[in-house]
Design a protein around this ligand. Structure first.
Ligand code: QAP
Ligand code: CO
Length: 171
């Protein structure tokens, strides 16, 4: 089932999501719906709060060389905690909740992630490159933060102007 995606400036995006405690069929159906929704919107990552569910769940599917996103490459990450962040990189990010806007953001270059899978089993992974960046972007969503909040004052002003203009043109 496709879920509607909430977009900026909806206040719900500022909510801090709560830990998952029940790894039940309801969660599994929701994860399946998130994947369907993300692919239908041409996304590489999606946090539960973006579809109005304030739980600490995110999914990521980094495209392969051909640009495909097979379900085997899907990561379902629940109650994540970042360990040992290292280095820093700039990357031009976008967000399904801030459609049509992309800007450079600074992130850690590498990290270790501890999390639960859909069955509640403890997992960990080491991430770098786009995966590490996407993990940080999605965990920020779980804490009610958007990538535009990391922009400098001037770039944030440029964003507000462009985004408002785009919203008006849509109507
Ligand atoms: C987060 O973002 C991310 O504006 C995932 O019109 C982004 O999937 C992590 C998208 C960059 C790391 C680097 C955005 C699709 C997708 C748009 C997305 C749009 C259509 C964003
Ligand atoms: Co996002």
């Amino acid at each position: 089932m496709l879920l509607p995606i909430i977009t900026y400036p909806d206040k719900q995006l500022k909510v801090r999501s709560r830990d998952v405690v029940d790894f039940d069929p309801t969660l599994h159906t929701f994860l399946d719906d998130m994947f369907e929704t993300m692919l239908a919107s041409n996304g590489i990552g999606l946090a539960a709060i973006q579809v109005a569910n304030p739980i600490r769940v995110l999914i990521l599917c980094i495209p392969d060389e051909e640009g495909n996103q097979p379900k085997e490459n899907l990561l379902e990450i629940i109650n994540p905690v970042i360990h040992e962040p290292q280095g820093s990189v700039m990357y031009q990010e976008g967000c399904l909740s801030v459609p049509g806007f992309y800007e450079d953001v600074e992130r850690y270059e590498k990290l270790t992630l501890h999390y639960k899978n859909r069955h509640g089993e403890s997992c960990s992974l080491e991430a770098d490159e786009l995966l590490a960046i996407a993990i940080q972007h999605e965990i920020d969503h779980l804490d009610g933060k958007l990538f535009i909040e990391k922009l400098t004052y001037n770039r944030r002003k440029k964003f507000e102007k462009e985004y408002k203009k785009a919203l008006k043109e849509k109507k």
